[in-house]
Design a protein around this ligand. Structure first.
Ligand SMILES: Nc1ncnc2c1ncn2[C@@H]1O[C@H](COP(=O)(O)OP(=O)(O)OP(=O)(O)O)[C@@H](O)[C@H]1O
Ligand SMILES: [Mg+2]
Length: 345
């Protein structure tokens, strides 16, 4: 018998790499893209088995004003609350300057200023005390605190009201106070949920001017509204959300021309109604429809703006005098309304 121990089987050489290489993604960090501050990808949100967001994704560039537009119940506040670290989505990823919003909310909270759609103020405090309270919450102290407070008070034009109790402020001034509060820790990104709702026309215009000033100072702003034409004059890009889905997204000029289509309506007020002009205008290759209502002539034009004079050449040739010409901007809102139907079912 051979008592010699059996030679040990050489240990199998374990493959150092799995056969199929698996890409390991670190979701907490992301390569910083120089122009992009906010990146939202594939957001789904389900509340009690009801899905209210479907694969929502967009990017906000550094230093721009991004408008998030949609009707009641579309999912604006839900998306905004997720981005502000107040809700965790059912699925999806969000980054602020390469930092993952869900994984590192405490870093995100220092870098954003969030103004909710309904802002209550603590009564019994003056404007100054109110802002000092929030400065304290961000652990701002001493000279740094005083400098930030006075900058914010000056910017929001609250100087004359610092000793006024917050509960007696008008809606417009209260809105400014809330904006001041979101600015107190000098955040990179402002997230404002319907900041202009309830403001009168003058306060809206002043509020818009303030947002433009903040953009000039280098802030990035994401704000929401129901009304496209309210945001389009100040936004660089917009996302239109309807029933939890982002149905349009891009630069404002591109979105507006997509919504308008190729045709723009013009309204010309004639000195006297002249039926005969209709057939002449209809023969113009870029004119689609022509209507005459009393002395108001309306036509839809699909040509280049530079060639618009060819239409007015017809009016001149037919000796039709007019007192005003207006490009119909209001139509945009109705196209937008037909695009967005209403609440999530
Ligand atoms: N906590 C919640 N639990 C259950 N459903 C919710 C919750 N929050 C929001 N929803 C639902 O999610 C949908 C989107 O609501 P959201 O508030 O995001 O819309 P919105 O676009 O901000 O609307 P509005 O213009 O009215 O502010 C709605 O159907 C709403 O009822
Ligand atoms: Mg809302």
């Amino acid at each position: 018998m051979n008592d010699e121990p059996l030679p040990l089987e050489p240990a199998p050489i374990l493959p150092t790499e799995p056969k199929e290489s698996i890409e390991v993604i670190d979701t907490t960090k992301r390569e910083r893209q120089p122009d992009v501050l906010v990146s939202v990808q594939g957001l789904d949100m389900v509340f009690d088995s009801k899905q209210v967001l479907f694969d929502v994704g967009f990017e906000v560039n550094r230093g721009e004003i991004f408008g998030f537009i949609g009707p009641n119940g579309a999912g604006k506040t839900t998306t905004i609350r997720i981005l502000s670290t107040l809700l965790i989505p059912t699925r999806g990823d969000l980054w602020l300057d390469g930092v993952h919003v869900i994984e590192q909310p405490e870093i995100i909270r220092r870098r954003i200023g969030y103004m909710p759609d309904y802002v209550g103020v603590y009564p019994g405090l003056t404007v100054r005390e109110y802002l000092e309270f929030f400065a304290g919450a961000y652990r701002l102290r001493g000279k740094q605190r005083d400098a930030l407070l006075s900058d914010v008070i000056e910017l929001t034009d609250l100087g004359k009201l610092v000793e006024t109790e917050v509960q007696v402020l008008s809606k417009g001034m209260r809105q400014r106070l809330c904006l001041a509060q979101t600015l107190i820790h000098d955040p990179d990104l402002l997230i404002l949920d319907e900041p202009a709702s309830g403001l009168d026309p003058r306060a809206r215009i002043e509020f818009r001017a303030l947002l433009k000033e903040l953009r000039r100072m280098g802030k990035t702003i994401l704000l929401s509204s129901h009304i496209l034409t309210e945001l389009s004059p100040i936004c660089d890009s917009v996302g239109i959300i309807e029933q939890g889905r982002l149905i349009r997204y891009g630069e404002v000029a591109d979105i507006l021309s997509q919504l308008r289509g190729d045709r723009v309506w013009y309204e010309v007020t004639l000195v006297t109604a002249q039926e005969g002009i209709l057939s002449h205008l209809r023969s113009h290759p870029a004119i689609d429809e022509v209507k005459l209502d009393d002395s108001v002539l309306r036509f839809s034009y699909g040509g280049a703006e530079e060639d618009l004079h060819t239409v007015f050449a017809i009016l001149a040739r037919e000796k039709v005098s007019f007192t005003s010409v207006r490009r119909e901007e209001g139509d945009l809102e109705s196209i937008f309304m037909s695009l967005t139907q209403g609440e999530v079912s």
